[in-house]
Design a protein around this ligand. Structure first.
Ligand SMILES: Cc1cc2nc3c(=O)[nH]c(=O)nc-3n(C[C@H](O)[C@H](O)[C@H](O)COP(=O)(O)O)c2cc1C
Length: 334
């Protein structure tokens, strides 16, 4: 019997496959389907700071320049007038989902300033969420904001949110931050119990004929798994936080890799958006088949066995392997 159980943010989960924050969780019917397909927990789509407060000074300070500079970048945030789910509806959805399903529901808040909207962390807890994910999606375009200021701002945000709630908090971060291990340990010091690696930034394309910026969201592929996989492997056992991997998990084998690198859970959005949440059942089946074939009897025993701490060649995850990797093409190029 294969034991898929794992722990994440103090929650006992039946397996490591979690639905990542996405528009799918806007409908109760999808959340029910997620539970039926075997998904072990659901992260709600994010409640945005802009949905809660339109006039936060701290928010303006951080965001103003980037959004004013290019009209197109205004698309970056939802059009608030058309965005039909306000904070009250969001809280009501959490309440309803908690009644409708038995799997844990994780709330998600998105913002960068630490002003009034943070009380919503507390409201999300009161609505019954089992944990909270803090989604720190922000592009620092302001020339005068330093990396240190940005990080201090994030750390303070985590501190204030964690001080407001009793449920566990995880921080979802971007890969475009320096000194990640240090930053994550600062988040832990500020009260976070988990880190979610990585937020997948939507990269606008250029429509050069119409001189327009195309911000259509492209879904991920398994090729994107390598970046979070590497950081998972580097961080496992070194930071005092549960680790969730997100970006590029599409198959049962991707799930196996995530766990072996060190993830407590793997969070999936693109695969479910593209092919339906029913894919979860196949993915879990593939994972079980793989574990059976290679004689692993539990996820717990598999977690982190291919992390940097546990592999024969730890340098493979670091710079030491960089030159070797580049040279691997020397004999292949005519
Ligand atoms: C349609 C869609 C909506 C998303 N909405 C959110 C969101 O509200 N909050 C958030 O933190 N991430 C959001 N994400 C990002 C996903 O949670 C996930 O971290 C990212 O897409 C990488 O996982 P994937 O490769 O499985 O898509 C969204 C992704 C998609 C595809």
């Amino acid at each position: 019997m294969i034991d898929l159980k794992t722990k994440y943010l103090g929650l006992s989960l039946k397996n490591p496959l979690v639905a990542s924050a996405s528009a799918l969780s806007k409908r109760a019917s999808n959340v029910r389907k997620m539970e039926d397909a075997g998904i072990s927990a659901v992260v709600m789509y994010s409640l945005f700071e802009e949905q809660i407060t339109h006039d936060s000074l701290a928010f303006d300070y951080f965001m103003e320049r980037g959004t004013d500079r290019f009209a197109e970048s205004l698309d970056y945030f939802p059009d608030l007038d058309r965005y039909n789910v306000g904070p009250d509806e969001y809280l009501e959805q959490i309440r309803k989902y908690k009644e409708a399903v038995d799997i844990p529901i994780i709330g998600s808040l998105n913002g960068v300033s630490n002003s009034g909207w943070i009380e919503y962390a507390n409201k999300i807890e009161e609505a019954g969420a089992d944990a909270l994910e803090l989604n720190t999606y922000y592009i620092p375009t302001n020339l005068s904001i330093t990396a240190e200021q940005l990080e201090d701002n994030y750390i303070e945000l985590v501190r204030v949110v964690c001080a407001n709630v009793n449920i566990p908090v995880a921080v979802k971060i971007s890969p475009f931050l320096t000194a990640l291990p240090n930053l994550i340990s600062m988040f832990v010091g500020a009260g976070a119990e988990g880190a979610v690696l990585f937020n997948r930034f939507i990269q606008p394309d250029l429509d050069v004929e119409n001189l327009e910026v195309d911000s259509t969201l492209q879904l991920s592929t398994s090729a994107e798994l390598l970046l979070p996989l590497r950081w998972m492997a580097l961080l496992y056992g070194r930071v005092d936080a549960d680790l969730a991997l997100t970006s590029g998990v599409h198959t049962g084998l991707d799930l196996v890799k995530s766990v072996m690198a060190g993830a407590n859970v793997a969070m999936v959005a693109s695969e479910f958006v593209a092919n339906g949440v029913e894919r979860a059942e196949d993915m879990l089946g593939e994972m079980v088949n793989w574990m059976t074939a290679y004689e692993y009897d539990s996820v717990e025993k598999m977690q982190g066995i291919m992390s940097q701490k546990n592999v024969e060649n730890p340098a493979a995850f670091e710079r030491a392997n960089y030159m070797k990797a580049l040279q691997s093409y020397d004999n292949r190029i005519a």
